[in-house]
Write a protein that binds this ligand. Structure first.
Ligand SMILES: C[S@@+](CC[C@H](N)C(=O)[O-])C[C@H]1O[C@@H](n2cnc3c(N)ncnc32)[C@H](O)[C@@H]1O
Length: 206
């Protein structure tokens, strides 16, 4: 995968479909499948079925290129208050769209911190952590308070977000290695925590 890809847009065909159930996607027909953070949208007990389907869609020398999220163990060793402080401190860095960026980062970090097999429990706990922080820090700026309130709403349905089936690195790689060889792992440097969002370049296990 060191060469850049040459794509022929005349051959492109746009299909909207579900990879889990598709009848249209054909076996052994894809050179490359791209799936950005798709595995964590698949329920734990269906992930291996999903990976097996991807292997089947690929040609034997094909590639599955996918960004994976795995849980940042460090977050489970510190308190939610520390996580919120660390994340809000990034507001003073020079990034564009900081509010949106911080909301996303805080959302992901608190879900990792409160990880549980019960999706509702981990969301409720994350919401409680933010609400406690607001209550115990009445002097925070209005901007920070707004960011925290917006993030809090995202956990419980007010601003919809699908369930996320995040896991530890070893668990994810264990599943992946049943079907694929891991050829490369790439990490971007343009956002915080990107080391927990590596891009895997995978080839089918023959
Ligand atoms: C994190 S999003 C990708 C975001 C994308 N990179 C972007 O910038 O818009 C994950 C994608 O996986 C897709 N996805 C989840 N389950 C899928 C399935 N069973 N079949 C096909 N696509 C699926 C979702 O529709 C979503 O577009």
């Amino acid at each position: 995968m060191t060469k850049s890809l040459k794509l022929d847009d005349q051959k492109e065909r746009f299909i909207i479909d579900n990879w889990m159930h598709s009848k249209e996607l054909e076996k052994d027909s894809f050179d490359i499948i791209l799936g950005d953070l798709v595995l964590r949208l698949i329920c734990f007990n269906k992930q291996e079925i999903f990976l097996k389907r991807i292997v089947n869609f690929l040609k034997p020398k094909g590639f599955f290129i996918t960004r994976i999220h795995f849980i940042n163990n460090f977050l489970q060793k510190i308190t939610s208050k520390e996580i919120i402080n660390l994340t809000l401190a990034l507001l003073d860095s020079g990034k564009k769209n900081k509010g949106k960026y911080i909301r996303n980062l805080l959302f992901i970090r608190l879900l990792d911190k409160n990880f549980s097999s019960n999706q509702l429990e981990m969301r409720k706990q994350s919401q409680i952590d933010i609400n406690d922080y607001i209550k115990n820090n009445p002097k925070i700026s209005l901007n920070k308070k707004m960011i925290l309130k917006d993030t809090s709403k995202r956990f419980i349905g007010e601003i919809g977000f699908p369930f996320l089936f995040s896991q530890k690195k070893e668990e994810i790689e264990g599943k992946i290695k049943k079907f694929f060889n891991i050829r490369e792992k790439l990490i971007t440097k343009d956002y915080d925590d990107s080391e927990y969002f590596p891009i895997y370049i995978l080839t089918p296990k023959l």
